[in-house]
Design a protein around this ligand. Structure first.
Ligand code: NAD
Length: 311
């Protein structure tokens, strides 16, 4: 496993990291023992960065992750969680100082830890960016002074929203998802903005939340139909070539040295073993060129998220 420094934080994170949303059963029903094993295998094989949120499985992911972390030394992992998002509806977002402050305490208790290394405002495009900048982040900085969190970040889909926050106030890290993967590389164009501000860059969802997999996207997936279709076509192409679209997708997500880490998730330990092994192998350049050609018609085609003005 290789490691890269996350922006100015000094945190040395594994280039492939563990996203715990699967532990909340967001993709399918999951088995708790298997989920715990997936975390343990990941850490044993060199992953040291773990990301979760109270939103995933409506606290289930944090609860299961807490059980997995019980038997792992605290120095072995860098832990990130989130605040502000607590459900699917607009009404389930609350970025107020009082809610996010209480939320961190709840997450610490749920996971059985004294601090988290990174606290992130979750999916900021669903809130008012003025509130995120003027109220949420200052509240999180207070928790930083109190030793409950070490660094502060923001997450979201529209890169424009992440940019607005980064340019308005000091931020330690951003988490972008579905924007550096085989069918979408929009994050690469925004990297100069983030590096100028010495912001750590976290990439998430190398499989496009299931788009780039043989199982295909889950029913709730927000991508337009043509993106789903082309990604399914790419998966078939890999299969016919005796290859795996998941492998190509994981490897591709690790190719940009300015991205500190890429979060991949699975509650299946075998999948995590495979993902980690693939990260060490060279990418098949010929297959990559063929798949990029298939996906070209939908390159960077994304979907709206949150408030219109934040897209
Ligand atoms: P992903 O692209 O990692 O895809 C996950 C899906 O792929 C799951 O169904 C999983 O079982 C499957 N999978 C994983 N490895 C596989 C393999 N080797 N073979 C076959 N299938 C495999 O998407 P994700 O889980 O959404 O993203 C990873 C993490 O990134 C999340 O858990 C979360 O921590 C983070 N994330 C954060 C945000 C945000 O903050 N807004 C958004 C998206 C993701």
């Amino acid at each position: 496993m290789r490691y890269r420094v996350l922006g100015h934080t000094g945190l040395k994170v594994s280039t492939l990291s563990f996203g715990a949303s699967s532990l909340g059963g967001v993709f399918r029903e999951v088995d708790e023992a298997q989920s715990i094993r997936a975390v343990h295998i990941s850490v044993e094989r060199g992953i040291n960065f773990i990301d979760v949120s109270p939103f995933y499985g409506l606290t289930q992911a944090e609860t299961v992750l807490g059980k997995a972390l019980k038997t792992i030394g605290r120095e072995k992992y860098i832990l990130a969680t989130k605040v502000g998002r607590y459900g699917q509806e607009m009404k389930d977002f609350d970025f107020s100082a009082s809610r996010v402050t209480a939320s961190v305490e709840e997450s610490l208790k749920r996971m059985g830890v004294e601090h988290v290394d990174l606290i992130q405002a979750h999916d900021i495009e669903f809130g008012s960016l003025e509130e995120v900048i003027g109220e949420t982040i200052p509240a999180l900085r207070k928790l930083q002074k109190a030793g409950k969190v070490r660094f502060v970040g923001v997450t979201g889909l529209p890169l424009a929203a992440l940019r607005t926050v980064v340019e308005a106030t000091p931020i330690d890290a951003i988490l972008s998802y579905c924007h550096f993967e085989l069918n979408d590389t929009a994050l690469a164009d925004m990297i100069p903005v983030f590096t100028k501000h010495r912001v750590g860059i976290i990439n998430a969802s190398p499989l496009g939340m299931g788009l780039l997999s043989n199982r295909g996207a889950p029913v709730w997936h927000p991508a337009p139909e043509e993106v789903k279709e082309m990604c399914a076509r790419a998966a078939v192409h890999c299969r016919v070539r005796g290859a795996s679209v998941e492998k190509l997708a994981v490897q591709y997500s690790l190719t940009n040295p300015d991205i500190a880490t890429t979060l991949v998730g699975s509650a299946n330990p075998k999948n995590m073993e495979r993902n980690i092994a693939w990260a060490e192998e060279p990418i098949d350049q010929a297959l990559l060129a063929e798949v990029l050609a298939i996906l070209k018609p939908v390159h960077n085609v994304t979907w709206p998220s949150g408030r219109g003005e934040n897209n």
